[in-house]
Design a protein around this ligand. Structure first.
Ligand SMILES: NC(=O)c1ccc[n+]([C@@H]2O[C@H](COP(=O)([O-])OP(=O)(O)OC[C@H]3O[C@@H](n4cnc5c(N)ncnc54)[C@H](OP(=O)(O)O)[C@@H]3O)[C@@H](O)[C@H]2O)c1
Length: 316
């Protein structure tokens, strides 16, 4: 049954913090967990995992009437309308929450990197104002050790800002998503192309597991030594990734390393340069499994998502 929506301003909250309450939302087993980015991929996976644990979830959304926000609400998620340039709306939305997860939106140019930093800063300030007991920040792998990728440096900057805030903070640092792997079918062969040399292992994680690990940390069912965890579910070279898809399809597979120049944005070129260097840093595949034992490797992800052989060229 779709819950009945009553849209009404809550007491002691600013204009932008209208809450949509649902009369038959699932009973809470923990305090409220706030999620920024809940209508997106990673935040959505965090919500999925929290709801699996019957947690009470409040999503901070720009537009509570969007289809994605309504879909969350239909699953019992409380919606708090926010604007990242309205500090009062953010602090109000974080009132009385037990923990807060936030990611920062994708940046494909330097202006968007500035926006990313502005949003991250505003969310940390609001968490301070609302005295949130625990904040989990969705950073990026390498944010602690590499510089020169603008949309990764921004996350390092936000990590530092969060550390200086005095809040209890945990960083999750996802590697590239398995969902980004998009092999094609060409002349009866699975072909994967990436702008990465063929002998370099690429670290990766499924979006589902980003959500599961973050949820475990938010619910305090797990801790991370050193207050940060690199989210890596598998580490494979291009030919090994292609072979995993080929094995599923029952077809031969081939990898083609592309030059960096195929990437239109300098930010992405810098990122793939970093991916090529990241092979120098050994992954701790056990760290993430100590938090979420069922973390998928690529073969497990291919199987669990029901990945199907793509249609070949000319296929209708
Ligand atoms: N792709 C990868 O392999 C990878 C790997 C590691 C890390 N990352 C990082 O992950 C992040 C992207 O995560 P994602 O893929 O989960 O994002 P996504 O699916 O694009 O979702 C973005 C979320 O942010 C919200 N949002 C965007 N701009 C906003 C604004 N100005 N004010 C308020 N809310 C805003 C969106 O809400 P609306 O519904 O309102 O639009 C949506 O919920 C990036 O920082 C990226 O660098 C990506």
């Amino acid at each position: 049954m779709i819950p009945v929506v009553s849209l009404a301003p809550q007491p002691h909250r600013g204009d932008m913090s209208q809450q949509i309450k649902f009369e038959d939302a699932a009973p809470a087993t923990t305090g409220t967990i706030a999620v920024f980015g809940a209508t997106g991929r990673q935040g959505g996976a965090v919500v999925d995992a929290l709801l699996d644990h019957k947690a009470t979830v409040r999503a901070l959304v720009r537009d509570p009437r969007s289809d994605r926000a309504r879909a969350l609400a239909a699953r019992g998620v409380e919606l708090a309308a926010i604007r990242t340039d309205d500090p009062a709306s953010l602090a109000a939305a974080l009132t009385a929450v037990e923990a807060f997860y936030f990611m920062t939106p994708e940046a494909s140019n330097l202006e968007e990197v500035e926006t990313e930093i502005r949003i991250g800063t505003a969310l940390v300030d609001a968490a301070v104002e609302a005295r949130v007991p625990h904040v989990v920040f969705n950073s990026v792998f390498g944010a602690d050790r590499e510089r020169g990728v603008p949309h990764h440096d921004s996350k390092h900057w936000i990590e530092e800002y969060l550390r200086k805030s005095g809040l209890r903070a945990t960083m999750v640092r996802p590697t590239p998503f398995m969902e980004e792997m998009a092999p094609s079918l060409e002349h009866g062969e699975i072909v994967l192309r990436l702008p990465l040399p063929e002998d370099v292992p690429l670290k990766m994680i499924s979006v589902r597991d980003v959500g599961r690990v973050a949820a475990a940390l938010l619910l305090d069912t797990a801790e991370t030594p050193g207050e940060a965890v690199e989210l890596v579910g598998d580490e494979l070279t291009g030919p090994q990734i292609a072979a995993a898809f080929g094995a599923r399809a029952g077809l031969p597979a081939r990898y083609e390393a592309l030059p960096l120049s195929v990437l239109p944005s300098e930010l992405d070129r810098a990122m793939f340069r970093q991916f090529a260097k990241a092979g120098e840093h050994p992954s701790d595949l056990g760290a993430v499994r100590a938090i979420e034992p069922a973390t998928l490797d690529l073969t497990g992800w291919i199987r669990s998502t029901g990945w199907a052989t793509p249609a070949g060229p000319g296929h209708k």
